[in-house]
Design a protein around this ligand. Structure first.
Ligand code: GLC
Length: 753
């Protein structure tokens, strides 16, 4: 009997093979083979149809696996600071599950403001655990687009105006996520620095600005962070849509950088059948619903990389070379994530995750100004008056695709009431801003309507402030249209809802007024010299209130630093013309054209070089203690400039910088020691200084320590777009070390031959 069945089985197998149906049976698990061996084993077993099915979505956030071979589907999830609630198969709206309320971590602008790689690793690990627990394979984040204009609606999701800061801060996040067998998908690649007409604007950028400003954070995520996925952006560059942009995806990403993961389109970002095949796109999502508006119950077989692709292969217009590459990359991603064979289980809504959210949000909080009024002193039986909508408005909901449904969100008012149980804590609205409370059917349950006029609101706020021991205004922006949100940019950096007038009036009545600005992008602060203290708070997620109260009460000594400049006015910035922002129509061009005429002069690179005074500079942030800098020491290998060198040769260390730091104040704290390089005078026009190193050091009161930073050759380089190489200019350079870009404490010259 046994013999017969064995013979039958062998015969069947033989017949099956000869019949051309690929051999069935499960593909190998990790335990016995490397990912590459498993890809090589699985790929030839797939039919053409199965390979094509891997390259496009089957639902809003998933794509097919290979059911016949036991290869699972691929599930993606937003967003960069929390796991988006489950949505319906074909809809943006949440599906109403009752088990998907997540931990809302701070927005990445807050993470950047910590200037702390440890915080970034903690963030990545925590959000990676939540993604794994929710059985998601690709996390659609982090975003690292440079803050080119303060008006960009999505600045809150990104990591500031400096490519080195963004690059250093994104690497640990990526590693932390991927330790959980979840792919980080860095986005939005590339030169996608606004929301205005984001699907129809062509970014016209010179190679020098591209390589020095707009690529480095992505390069770091890929080459140092080892990101397994990257998302093409909606806009065009060089006249091609970025979800299938040959220069960006084939020449630079997969060519120069050797990227072996998957390129995913933004939702609806794939716009062309042929380019999708040849220009480096591996997974197409969100098409038809054009990813941006409306929902269409839809036959996914109409996608660009679906029936049109099969037709081109069948009639010979397309070969299968690109298909094999796409399918191999998708298989590699699956073998790195859901089929890694390593038992990742993740965790969700854990006390550790909420504690991490609170710690990161506090570490990113920036003390901009303080006459000693902070930390708050409110005696037992005293009176604390809190004024402003952002003291109570829940902001985890909204903002676009990073919208979250969280288990709870502690507001600043709740946290301050907890922090001063023996005091009378009164709240006054002060102003009415955004009274909406839901997004994609996720609802905060708040009713923020208020019938009072602005005059009445002001009167009531001033009346409440009478006789208070402390008065804190908490305002800023929110996640509504025209504020910090996806798919729209701001009109100006002036605070909305009449807040400037309100703050001025409060300051006139309350000399010790503390102002907290909660925003994810720069705002103007014309009243800065009229108030006692200013704090830059962020969208801190579930624990935003506790984190802010921790800093205001002194439970946490603030150590955050600005990841972008706070200019006095928008007009002081580098974008002076329509053609620079938000772009113009040009005869003969189908799409809007936007010219990055300012080149590399973005953020402090502009304000410093033009010597334009700003409200608060890049890298600025105070502490409740003081730090002293001394003994700057340079030890170096010859920085032989030897003309120019290739993209890769710039990585070896050529200079080691050390500096002694002492905490000379009476509070324990942490300092972000920043290192800038000033190039030799003359030669090619370049920024007067650029950030090339930073380290955060915690020091107890009275304690001293040493910070050491090493600079690779790339730190001394500029990109020569004619030679397409990095070049080092000889001459006398200056090493500048300080507490912000404008607070340089100690310098040393260095000769570069
Ligand atoms: C959105 C965003 C992108 C997001 C994707 C899926 O339009 O641009 O960041 O991950 O679509 O929601």
């Amino acid at each position: 009997m046994k013999y017969t069945s064995l013979a039958l089985a062998a015969a069947f197998l033989l017949a099956a093979c000869t019949a051309g149906v690929k051999q069935g049976g499960p593909v190998y698990l990790a335990v016995t083979r490397s990912v590459e061996e498993r890809v090589a084993d699985a790929l030839p077993r797939l039919t053409t149809e199965e390979k094509v099915a891997l390259t496009h979505a089957q639902s809003k956030f998933s794509s097919r696996g290979v059911p016949r071979l036991g290869i699972p589907e691929v599930w993606c999830t937003d967003g960069p600071h929390g796991i988006r609630p489950e949505v319906l198969w074909d809809e943006w709206d949440q599906a109403g599950w009752t088990n998907d309320s997540c931990t809302a971590f701070p927005a990445l602008s807050c993470l950047a403001a910590t200037w702390d790689r440890e915080m970034s690793l903690l963030f990545g690990r925590s959000i990676g655990e939540e993604a794994r627990y929710r059985k998601k394979d690709i996390l659609l984040g982090p975003g690292v687009n440079i803050c080119r204009t303060p008006l960009n609606g999505r600045n809150f999701e990104y990591m500031g105006e400096d490519p080195y800061l963004a690059g250093q801060m994104v690497v640990p996040y990526v590693r932390g996520v991927q330790e959980n067998g979840v792919a980080a998908c860095v986005k939005h690649f590339a030169v996608n620095n606004q929301e205005t007409r984001r699907t129809s604007t062509n970014s016209v950028v010179g190679d020098r600005a591209l390589y020095e400003i707009y690529l480095p954070a992505f390069e770091a995520a890929i080459r140092e962070g080892g990101a397994w996925a990257i998302m093409g952006s909606y806009n065009l560059y060089n006249g091609q849509f970025n979800c299938h942009n040959k220069r960006l995806l084939v020449d630079i990403l997969k060519g120069e950088w050797g990227f072996d993961g998957v390129v995913i389109s933004d939702w609806g970002g794939c716009r062309d059948d042929d380019e999708a095949i040849t220009n480096g796109l591996d997974m197409e999502y969100g098409t038809w619903t054009n990813g941006l508006s409306g929902n269409a119950s839809d036959s996914y077989s109409n996608y660009h990389l679906a029936r049109p692709y099969l037709e081109r292969i069948a009639d010979g217009r397309a070969g299968t070379k690109e298909l094999d590459d796409k399918a191999a990359r998708v298989l590699r991603t699956i073998f790195r994530t859901s089929m890694s064979g390593v038992p990742h289980f993740g965790s969700f809504n854990s006390p550790e995750h909420y504690a991490a959210a609170r710690r990161i949000a506090a570490a990113g909080t920036v003390l901009l100004q303080n006459d000693g009024t902070l930390p708050l002193k409110v005696p037992a039986g005293g009176k604390l008056v809190v004024i402003g909508e952002n003291a109570v408005k829940k902001m985890v909901v909204g903002g676009g695709s990073s919208n979250l449904k969280t288990k709870y969100e502690i507001t600043p008012l709740e946290a301050l009431q907890e922090a001063f149980p023996a005091a009378e804590v009164i709240w006054e609205r002060g102003y009415v801003g955004d009274t909406s409370s839901s997004y994609n059917k996720v609802d905060t349950g708040q009713d923020l309507s208020d019938p009072r006029s602005p005059g009445q609101l002001l009167h009531d706020a001033l009346a409440a402030a009478e006789g208070a021991d402390a008065v804190v205004f908490i305002g800023g922006l929110n996640k509504s249209k025209g504020n910090d949100t996806e798919s729209a940019d701001k009109e100006d950096i002036v605070l909305p809802y009449g807040q400037d007038g309100l703050i001025e009036a409060l300051a006139a009545a309350v000399p010790s007024l503390v102002v907290v600005n909660i925003s994810g992008s720069p705002v103007a602060m014309p009243w800065a010299d009229k108030v006692a203290a200013i704090v830059q708070g962020w969208y801190g997620g579930s624990e935003t209130g506790h984190a802010l109260a921790d800093v205001l009460t002194g439970a946490v000594n603030p150590s955050g630093k600005l990841p972008f400049t706070l200019p006095r006015t928008l007009a002081d910035g580098p974008l002076k013309t329509e053609r620079q922002f938000p772009g113009i129509r040009v005869d003969g061009e189908k799409w809007w054209q936007e010219y990055y005429d300012e080149g590399v002069f973005v953020g402090y690179r502009w304000y410093d070089t033009q010597a334009i005074p700003v409200q608060f500079p890049f890298g600025h942030g105070l502490s409740y203690t003081e730090f002293d800098y001394s003994r700057l020491a340079l030890s170096r290998k010859a920085v032989s400039c030897a003309g120019s060198f290739g993209l890769d040769e710039g990585t070896e260390e050529v200079l080691r910088v050390s500096v002694d730091i002492a905490n000379v104040g009476d509070a324990d704290g942490a300092e972000v020691v920043q290192l800038y390089l000033a190039p030799p005078a003359g030669g090619v026009e370049r920024p007067v200084k650029e950030l090339r190193g930073f380290e955060k050091i915690a020091l107890a009161s009275g304690e001293g320590g040493k910070v050491t930073m090493s600079l690779p050759r790339r730190a001394f380089s500029r990109f020569d777009e004619d030679a397409h190489k990095w070049v080092v200019d000889p001459g006398t350079w200056k090493v500048l070390v300080g507490s912000s870009s404008a607070d340089i404490r100690i310098t040393a010259p260095i000769e570069v031959r």
